[in-house]
Design a protein around this ligand. Structure first.
Ligand code: NAI
Length: 253
């Protein structure tokens, strides 16, 4: 019961979300374009949680492929049961100042971060609305709310995904489906480390701590906990909300 589909499940925040859901006893459909990453995730869960690892079904899916997303959800429902949760985690970041951002950078960013969220939400929303039950969480970014240099395409794609999720929440509220956004700040994942390539060395994320009032870079589990809360019954009266999990970075004076 309470099957949750997680896109971008092989990445830092996605894998932490899958692990947290498994720990909470919830069956999970782990979707990602990265087949090796999904294999590593399942192997890791098998090792650490041998009794629950079977509740994870992995599907190699490109979120840009509408038919593949629909087919994966059909398989998930046939194997695990009705999907009542969706977490949109898949995302890409191609940092560059606007003057050197190519058409391809722009399109590739929106294809995953914005259209991918639409495609997964539409597929899940149809199923959830019909059954009168469900919760969706989109992982945005605090860059979607605060202007950043060198990230305009990414920030705009995340702002659009967040607002789309709020609008969806309004449409689905009468059907008993809640839609929220968790917007992380700097979080220690492969994406962040790639961004800092050159000046981030293992165990030293000092450059990213600057500007974070709580003085630390997030662990992916910090983000996963917020996602789990918003999916859970504890958040039953919360919808169309954006929860920043960024150590105060976005809202500091
Ligand atoms: P990550 O790069 O570790 O994980 C992203 C995952 O998305 C990867 O497993 C990748 O294979 C998957 N993915 C990419 N394109 C895909 C596609 N077309 N179809 C299916 N899966 C695809 O990155 P991380 O840091 O775990 O990011 C997760 C989310 O959190 C992203 O949406 C990111 O924008 C957001 N975020 C991350 C922050 C950070 O500091 N790490 C800060 C704010 C937001």
């Amino acid at each position: 019961d309470r099957v949750t589909a997680v896109t971008g499940a092989a990445g830092g925040i996605g894998a932490a979300t899958v692990a947290a859901l498994v720990s909470a006893g919830r069956p999970v459909a782990a979707l990602d374009i990265d087949q090796d990453g999904l294999r590593a995730l399942c192997g890791d869960l098998q090792e650490r949680r041998p009794n629950e690892a079977h509740t994870v079904q992995a599907h190699t899916v490109d979120i840009r492929d509408r038919a593949a997303v629909e087919a994966a959800l059909d398989k998930v429902e046939a194997g695990l049961g009705p999907v009542t949760g969706l977490v949109n985690v898949a995302g890409v970041l191609r940092p560059s100042p606007v003057v050197s951002t190519t058409d391809d950078d722009w399109a590739a960013t929106f294809a995953v971060n914005t259209t991918g969220v639409f495609v997964a939400c539409r597929a899940a929303a149809r199923r959830m609305a019909e059954r009168g039950q469900g919760a969706i969480v989109t992982v945005g970014s605090n860059a979607g709310g605060v202007p950043r240099t060198g990230m305009a395409a990414y920030a705009a794609s995340k702002a659009a995904a967040a607002h789309f999720t709020r609008c969806l929440g309004l449409e689905l509220a009468p059907h008993g489906v809640r839609c929220n956004i968790v917007s992380p700040g700097s979080t220690d994942t492969p994406m962040l480390r790639a961004l800092g390539a050159g000046d981030v060395v293992e165990g030293d994320l000092a450059s990213f701590r600057t500007g974070i009032p709580l003085g630390r870079v997030a662990d992916p589990r910090d983000v996963a906990e917020a996602v789990l809360f918003l999916l859970s019954e504890k958040a039953r009266h919360i919808t169309m909300h954006e929860l920043y999990v960024d150590g105060g970075a976005a809202l500091r004076a």
